[in-house]
Structure formats: structure tokens, C-alpha cells
Design a protein around this ligand. Structure first.
Ligand code: BES
Ligand code: MN
Ligand code: ZN
Length: 491
């Protein structure tokens, strides 16, 4: 997709379709009004037909409107003028793109300029983000490739004075879009292709493309680090594990890094505590935490963001076999804490805890882990926010705020001392599960035991990283939240 910013009038705009907004009370936006005048009131005449009531996302297509170059005009409902905000803009853009007839390869719109209670840069970013999301396609594994989305070019009709802000929004939106698409692709790939080895190779490719440092540690290296908890998960699999370390060091030398840790289970069968068969294919998405970290690194590279950010990805499969870890086994983590594995399906925390211990060596300013950690989080929050846990309120606030800004929200859950007793074990320092009650909280409590030496936050993305059903596919979340948080650290 190509985007450009032009301040050409609608009569001369050379695109397949002009998108003009109207409000719920049938008043026309300035652009709609200009087109109406040029066409000798064709727009207001068509509105009389009742085909577009102006409600947010409603639309009406007009062809061969006189007085303008484009041979189609999509009249788009924007709802009530006074309440049009960034969220409404996103809804309207998505509706417009869905409504375009197949023949439309280029559109022009002034939509980012219509939300006046938000800054233009953010509105342009939002338009780019939504357009790329709405036209994303994944067909890497289909013999017959689906037809590419026909829309190729979006022209933003903005005033000259707005150009600098619009350019900045465009740049960030494109970088974000690339990161999100990359995270979706990695999630959508089948688990026989997207293995730990594959993720390691992808990290090396990224590092080469964007000139940052990457190390991909293999099983022997992981053994040397004494990551006994991580090794306990990979034991049952024939696929070799990897521990990926990515280092985007473009900030001041004196600046302590932010560490992102992504859960990279490329397939979660549950292990000996085998999962039920229904929908088990979706456990290929159990590496979406890792995918989001890699997506963020792509976007950081695109923006050359002046920050120090480290990405850590423990990645393996969780499989049952004669060698697999069994319920009752005790593992010794890299930190020295011993863990009684009461359920081999609670494997995410077992690979993450060693990555958190590894993070200590970077003396980080903050550590954020991202994981499809618990089904309980989906029960608690559904598919709208990610679950957020943190041992530091300033960090939690910054992440919540970034999520609001990026329209990729999180919701904070408690990490109270009272929950910790659920993880007590008779045979080790702690157990890897805490019973049925408060499953996502006890999972976070488990991780917090390995995050005592730094400010830390945990995002449980089990409900947000992918969609099930007819629209099954990765969402690329929470790349928007994370990238916005990082951009905010520069400002
Ligand atoms: N990857 C799953 C969590 C998950 C399940 C995410 C379903 C999205 C949808 C995780 O490894 C897991 O299996 N967690 C268990 C923990 C339990 C055994 C304490 C769960 O949520 O059932
Ligand atoms: Mn599991
Ligand atoms: Zn899992």
C-alpha cells in the first residue's frame, strides 16, 4: 500500500474513488459540500434517496458524479459531528475500505482532518494503521494465492500547513503497520514451518535488515546457562529449542535498556497434561508473544528509534513423549528456585521465568513480558483488553496509557500478596499452578517471583493475540501498545 499527502482540490484528484463524509443530521463536511457544489447538488439529491443516514460507518456509493475527475464518490457516515473522535475515525475508515467495490485501486480522503479534538499526527497514524489492518491478507500456505486486495493507493487530502504533522503520522503508521503485519504472519504460519529454528532464522534476518545485534542460542548454550525450567518444557519435543537475544541499541550509551520478553511456544499440546482435541490447532498461536516482540523490533528498525531495547525470546514446543516432563517432576530454574511441575500445560511461565532471570544481566530500566499465558485471562477479560500485571505502578500507568493511545488496550489486574500462597508446594520452592481460582493472577504471581530485581510488567495476551472462528487469524496485538509505549519513552 502506498500513501501520499496532497492538497489538490477534489475536482482534479485523480483516483478511482473519492471518500467524503456526512454527519448524522445530514450536514455535509467541507469536502462533501465542495463535491456537492461541483456536481450541481448531486450529493444532496442522492442523500434524499435515504441510502445513507449519516450514522457512523453507513455509506452510499455514487458513480459518474459530474464536475470531478474521480468516477466514484463514496459518501461515508461519520455519526454526530460533536462526538467524532479517534475511535469513530477508525470505525469509519474500516467501514469505507470494506465498502469499496473491487475495481477501486486508489482512494482519496480528508478523514484525518475531521477529528478536531485529537492531533492530526495521531489521526493520520490511525488511518494508516486501520487501512493496513483491513487490507491484510495471509495466503503463504495456499496453492492458489488469493487475489491481492485491489486497493493500492490512499491519498490524504490535507492542507499544506498540516503536511509536517501528517508526514510524521504517516512514517509512524507505516512502521507500525509493518510490525503488525509481520507479527500476524509469524502467528498465522503453520507450526510445522514456524518452529523455534525458524524464529531464530527470522531474528537473524531482521538483525541483518535493520543492523542490530542478534544471538540465537541453541540447546547446549541453554544448558550452559542452567535454564532448567525452560529445558524441562522442551524435553518432550524432537524440535530443538532456541533462546533468541535481539539488541536494538540506538539510544545513548548511558541509557538503561528496556527488555521485552516474548513467550515463543511454537505449539502447545499441553505435554503429558494433554489438552483436549477441540481447537488444538489454535495452539500454533502460542508464540504470539514472541511474534509481537519481533514485530516491535521490525518497527523499531523502520523508525531507527533512538532507544536501547533488548528482545528475549525463549522458544520451543510443548509436546508429550517418553522423555517429556511429568506432573510431579521438580525443575531447577536458572535463578536457583526449584519448581514442582503439577501441570505440564502451565509451560509458558516455565520458559519465561528463565528468560526473566537472564534479563537481569542488562540492568534494565524496565522488563515487559508478553505471553499467551492463560485461558483464565480469556474468561476474565474476553478479547478486548490484554491483561496487565506489574510490580511498579508508574510502569503500569505508562503501558495502560499507551494502550489507550494506540487503541490496543490493556486492563490492570491485581498481583496481591494474598494470592501467592496458592503457589506453595510441599516438594519445591513453588508449584507451577495455583488451582482454578484466579488462574491468570496466580500465573503472573509465579512470574513475579523471578522479577524482583527490576521494574516489571506482564501482558497476558491469550484473548487478544488472535481471533477464532470464521475470521481466524493473528491480530498483531499488542505491537501497537508496545511501540507506542516505546515512542513515548523518546518524547
Ligand atoms: N497457551 C496456554 C494458554 C491459552 C489457552 C491461551 C487457551 C489461549 C487459549 C497455556 O500454556 C496454558 O495451557 N495454560 C493453562 C494453565 C493451567 C494448566 C493452569 C490454561 O490456561 O488452561
Ligand atoms: Mn499450555
Ligand atoms: Zn501455552
Amino acid at each position: 500500500m502506498e500513501f501520499s499527502i496532497k492538497n489538490t482540490g477534489p475536482e482534479k484528484m485523480r483516483v478511482d474513488c473519492l471518500i467524503v463524509g456526512i454527519y448524522e443530521d445530514q450536514t455535509l463536511t467541507a469536502l462533501a459540500d465542495t463535491v456537492n457544489t461541483l456536481s450541481q447538488s448531486a450529493v444532496s439529491a442522492a442523500l434524499k434517496s435515504g441510502d445513507c443516514d449519516g450514522k457512523l460507518g453507513s455509506h452510499m456509493l455514487m458513480r459518474d458524479v459530474s464536475g470531478i475527475h474521480a468516477n466514484r464518490v463514496l459518501v461515508l457516515g461519520l455519526g454526530k459531528q460533536a462526538s467524532l473522535n479517534a475511535k469513530g475515525l477508525r470505525t469509519a475508515v474500516r467501514a469505507a475500505i470494506k465498502a469499496l467495490p473491487k475495481g477501486v485501486t486508489s482512494i482519496a480522503t480528508d478523514m484525518p482532518a475531521l477529528v478536531t479534538n485529537d492531533d492530526l499526527q495521531a489521526n493520520v497514524l490511525a488511518l494508516v494503521d486501520v487501512s493496513l489492518d483491513a487490507t491484510y491478507q495471509f495466503d503463504a500456505a495456499k496453492e492458489k494465492k488469493a487475489e491481492r486486495h485491489p486497493l493500492k493507493h490512499i491519498v490524504l487530502m490535507l492542507a499544506k500547513a498540516d503536511e509536517a504533522a501528517a508526514e510524521a503520522g504517516l512514517k509512524q503508521g507505516l512502521a507500525l503497520g509493518k510490525g503488525v503485519a509481520y507479527a500476524k504472519d509469524l502467528g498465522n504460519l503453520p507450526p510445522n514451518i514456524c518452529t523455534p529454528t525458524y524464529l531464530g532464522k527470522q531474528a537473524e534476518k531482521l538483525a541483518k535488515a535493520y543492523d542490530f545485534k542478534t544471538e540465537v542460542l541453541d540447546e547446549r548454550d541453554i544448558e550452559k546457562l542452567n535454564m532448567g525450567s525452560f529445558l524441562g518444557v522442551t524435553r518432550g519435543s524432537d524440535e530443538p529449542p532456541r533462546f533468541i537475544v535481539m539488541q536494538h541499541l540506538k539510544g545513548k550509551k548511558s541509557q538503561k535498556p528496556i527488555v521485552l520478553v516474548g513467550k515463543g511456544i511454537t505449539f502447545d499440546t499441553g505435554g503429558i497434561s494433554l489438552k483436549p482435541g477441540a481447537d488444538m490447532d489454535e495452539m500454533k498461536y502460542d508464540m504470539c508473544g514472541a511474534a509481537s516482540v519481533m514485530g516491535v523490533f521490525k518497527a523499531l528498525g523502520e523508525l531507527d528509534l533512538p532507544l536501547n531495547v533488548i528482545g528475549l525470546i525463549p522458544t520451543c514446543e510443548n509436546m508429550p513423549s517418553g522423555r517429556a516432563t511429568k506432573p510431579g517432576d521438580v525443575l531447577t530454574s536458572m535463578s536457583g528456585l526449584t519448581i514442582e511441575v503439577l501441570n505440564t500445560d502451565a509451560e509458558g511461565r516455565l520458559i519465561l521465568c528463565d528468560a526473566l532471570t537472564y534479563a537481569e544481566r542488562f540492568e534494565p530500566s524496565a522488563v515487559i513480558d508478553i505471553a499467551t499465558l492463560t485461558g483464565a485471562c480469556v474468561i476474565a477479560l474476553g478479547a478486548h483488553p490484554s491483561g496487565l500485571f506489574a510490580n511498579n505502578d508508574t510502569l503500569a500507568k505508562a503501558l495502560l496509557e499507551a494502550g489507550e493511545q494506540a487503541h490496543d488496550r490493556a486492563w490492570q489486574m491485581p498481583l496481591w500478596e494474598e494470592y501467592h500462597s496458592q503457589l506453595e508446594s510441599n516438594f519445591a520452592d513453588l508449584a507451577n499452578i495455583g488451582g482454578r481460582a484466579a488462574g491468570s493472577i496466580t500465573a503472573a504471581c509465579f512470574l513475579s517471583r523471578f522479577a524482583k530485581k527490576f521494574d516489571w510488567a506482564h501482558l497476558d495476551i491469550a484473548g487478544t493475540a488472535w481471533k477464532s472462528g470464521k475470521e481466524k487469524g493473528g491480530t498483531g496485538r499488542p505491537v501497537p501498545l508496545l511501540l507506542t509505549y516505546l515512542i513515548n519513552q523518546v518524547a
